[in-house]
Design a binder for this molecule. Sequence first.
Ligand SMILES: Cc1cc2nc3c(=O)[nH]c(=O)nc-3n(C[C@H](O)[C@H](O)[C@H](O)COP(=O)(O)OP(=O)(O)OC[C@H]3O[C@@H](n4cnc5c(N)ncnc54)[C@H](O)[C@@H]3O)c2cc1C
Length: 600
Amino acid sequence: MAQRVIIPRLGQTMTEGTVAKWLAAQDQRVNAGDPVYELEYDKATAVVEAKKSGIFKRLAEEGAKAAVGETVGVILEEGEKLEDILSQKTFTVANSAKAASGSLYTQPEPEKKEAPKAAYTPPASFKCTGDCPRNKPANSTDTIVIGGGPGGYVAALRLALLGAKVTLVEKDTLGGTCLNRGCIPTKALLQSAEMYTACLQAAEFGVKAEQVSFDYSVVCTRRKKTVDALVGGVKGLLKARKVEVISGEAAFEGPHTINVKLSDGTEKKLTADNIIIASGSVPAKPPIPGLDGKNVITSDEALVLESIPESMVIIGGGVIGMELAMVFSSFNCTVTVVEALPEILPGIDGEIAKNYRRIAAKRMAIYSGAAVASVTDAGDAKCVLFNKEGNEQKIEAQYVLVATGRRPETAALQLGAAGIKAERGRITVDDKWRTNIAGVYCIGDANGKTMLAHAASAQGIDAADLIMGHTPDAKRHRVIPACIYTDPEIASVGRTEEQLKNEGMDYKASKFSFRANGRALTLGKAEGFVKILSDKVHNEVLGVHIMGPNATELIGECALAMRMECCLEELAETIHAHPTLGEAVMEAAEAGLFGAIHSL
Ligand SMILES: Cc1cc2nc3c(=O)[nH]c(=O)nc-3n(C[C@H](O)[C@H](O)[C@H](O)COP(=O)(O)OP(=O)(O)OC[C@H]3O[C@@H](n4cnc5c(N)ncnc54)[C@H](O)[C@@H]3O)c2cc1C
């Protein structure tokens, strides 16, 4: 079968390459391993070799630019004809390589048109601080931010730092989902759970902790205090930076006008040249009969339960479901997780998900590949009916927690009044978070791109910078770490093995177990490993996946390595302090080069 010669992906941020020089002549017989062409990409060059033997045909001219994965040549087997290959539906030559003239050679990409600029002229200086004295009509402000979560409040603070006049509208509590119903309350509860588990295991460390028990009301008080402290901090920062905070629900009346239903029942109109939508998301419930009944809750209610239920079925084994399963199972609740997909933690590296499931299954029952059909009442309890491999099964529990994902909260915004485009509630944005309406941006969960707090904040900073006349680096959004605060913790950055396989990438995986890491053993937390995925040509780091102690902190180093386009050598050669968990990252990199010192 004919073999395509493509533009291979040779780096994390590589999107296109140039055929700098053909090294194989047209119709030349090439052998596997023979040089075919010199590729220029991201200011580097590499030689692309033939993967099999045959007759080589060029499909692009020297100097042609094409996207990663596009076909620029083909190696034919004995008896194969180029015309036959090209006429096959499955054999597609890159669009850009099919020039308008009908030749197969690549043409330069048409120049992209910039989105229409907002009428607003931003201040020239990046460093301007304090009030920007502008002659604006009453109720007019430089920028309105809708929503005070980690996207909105960070955008407002950045704008204020750069000198803009900012009004932030929040209908509920500053801090949004993250501080009030998400990241922070879950981690406060998980910390209490970890402390309780540690006390139960104290004897292993030579510590006598007898009659260990917990008081869940104190756990809740601590959760609330932590949340209140952080919400207070956000309020203080906004006040100090002179951001006007309006308490109420915003809805568009036109592209640059919003109406706010104030908390006291009155209304207020606001106009601004720039508006950042940061309205976040809410729990989504699938259309399963019975999910509106009593004792069927979402993460919002689960986080404020005042006592630990005896039993709970969690529908959905994603990140939120598994973190809450960890909280409740640690406090002696009998937890059953029912996940529709073949494995829990979908989207996470498959090897990590499988290993974590083995560990978690010691604390809870897990059914995957199991679709819930209905939830009904069974006396005081709830009955969850699901189908696994064609068999109907039932589980009864005191509570049912629905953790099947979240949907953008955009319905109340009346997007139609401003002509803002959205698809299934997700506001459509470009890579700079601009909507189709000039001067209107959408960041965070509301655009549904990456539903994580730090992604929302980074998007908020970008939108603020853009409004103030600075072009953010869109590339940084290719490296976004993700963390799961289970026991052991899980953290990842970059692509998974499954993604790399789908992309046809030539990669290698190198691992180091925490069982061979001194610090992990002293902590009594030796379960897990660091896995680094790197490309075979340059050893560039393409993804890091960690399950183990403090994985959520270790991933920071890996994210930086990926942002700096580091190769295994840089991670392996960086001297890490001893004894630290970070040494496991260094040794996983060594394992991909010449072998890790502490592993056979
Ligand atoms: C249980 C749970 C745990 C999580 N844990 C993590 C984690 O560990 N790490 C992580 O990165 N992410 C985590 N997340 C996700 C994270 O919370 C969200 O990605 C993040 O909060 C999104 O930020 P945002 O600013 O886009 O929206 P939000 O935080 O949802 O804030 C939006 C704000 O806009 C307000 N609003 C909405 N509509 C209007 C309107 N019309 N007018 C005025 N105000 C409005 C809302 O009241 C809200 O305060 C978790 C989520 C949940 C549910």
